[in-house]
Design a protein. Sequence first.
Length: 121
Amino acid sequence: MSYYPYPMNQPQRPEPTGLSVASLVLGLVSMVGLFIIILVPLAGVITGHLAYRREPAGRSLSLPGLITSWVGVGLALLCYAFFIWMFWAMSTTFFDFIEYYDDYEGYYQYEDYGAEYSFLT
């Protein structure tokens, strides 16, 4: 007679959650400020989607990683758009500034310009 009427369940190994943890870490790192390097949030998005599909036990880690990584991608795109706009605005303003003062170039060609300050030279 057996003391165990049913076979004992063997302890099961936990499923690997490496991609889920990687997604969460990359998402948090992208939120800290490394979203400017767009490769960090993109890697978080890729590992998050892979983990969400392959590791059902790690969905509690991969979903926040996905969310923070997508927010990092959005912040990176906003920063890139702002920098592009800023450089464009500076270049157009600079050329407008030059054109504005080129129109008044003849103003400085008067003979008596600076005559009252001739003792300084």
